[in-house]
Design a protein around this ligand. Structure first.
Ligand code: GLP
Length: 251
């Protein structure tokens, strides 16, 4: 893995398995340190295809090296509106399928924003309050959407945004269409942690892989900071890590 300076940001570039090992090292150190203190580690987790090999590495460490998730509290970034927990495309299901089912995390310590609610504003405020009650997020993982979204903070999301109900951008719906068997099946709304909620995490890492992310990732890292590319707000976080494979870095 090599460090590359892009604009004001230091960026880690490497093979995917190498990136995943380094990210898993970060999480492992956090989990071990918190366990020694008799405390929980609070993780902010993401869905999408990008983090899958990272989750595989965490599962491997759990199985082969005994890394325990018993003291993990986790909050997922977002959830599609209207998909119940039993819907296979819900982020709740995705997280269990891809990580939680394979480690010793306690179900009561896992939170994903509610997909169905009579009162989305109240549900969103409750989600924020739960993060605060857990002591805030220690380590937040992010992918990046095709137009620079983080979570489901689409273009136009403000720096002060909090957990809320959002309308998905056309590009987000198009990108999700294959896994839903067509655009018409993709929910039009979601609930997402806000930009401000994300930036409050002590450490934030953004992972991107593949040539399709190259342009947007560069705009996020060294373009103008603002709502046009919500991931660009990370430039001003004091403890941000950018983790790119060679294709996303364009090297
Ligand atoms: C969805 C998720 C994002 C994720 C993005 C990219 O929109 N809400 O959190 O970062 O997809 O997905 P992928 O990693 O599959 O490119």
């Amino acid at each position: 893995m090599k460090k590359v300076q892009i604009g004001s940001q230091e960026v880690q570039v490497g093979e995917v398995d190498e990136l995943c090992r380094v990210l898993a090292d970060e999480v492992e150190s956090l989990l071990v340190a918190r366990a020694e203190q008799g405390k929980c580690a609070v993780l902010g987790l993401a869905t999408g295809s990008t983090p899958l090999p990272f989750y595989d590495e965490l599962i491997r460490r759990h199985r082969e090296e005994g890394l325990s998730f018993a003291n993990v509290i986790s909050f997922n970034l977002d959830e599609y509106e209207g998909l119940g927990r039993d819907h296979e495309r819900s982020y709740w299901c995705e997280m269990w399928r891809n990580l939680f089912d394979h480690v010793d995390v306690k179900q009561e310590n896992v939170s994903v924003p509610p997909s169905v609610s009579d009162d989305p504003d109240r549900a969103a405020a409750k989600y924020e309050a739960a993060i605060q009650a857990a002591g805030g997020i220690d380590w937040q993982l992010l992918g990046i959407g095709g137009e620079g979204h983080i979570g489901f903070n689409e273009k136009g999301s403000s720096l002060n945004s909090r957990t809320r109900r959002v309308t998905l951008a056309r590009k987000t719906i198009i990108d999700a269409a294959p896994s839903f068997g067509g655009e018409e099946n993709v929910p039009t709304h979601a609930i997402t942690m806000g930009v401000a909620s994300i930036l409050e995490a002590e450490r934030v890492v953004l992972m991107a892989r593949g040539a399709s992310k190259k342009e947007i990732v560069h705009r996020a890292i060294c373009g103008e900071v603002g709502p046009e590319v919500p991931a660009s707000f990370l430039q001003n976080h004091i403890n941000v890590g950018w983790f790119l494979d060679g294709d996303a870095a364009g090297s």
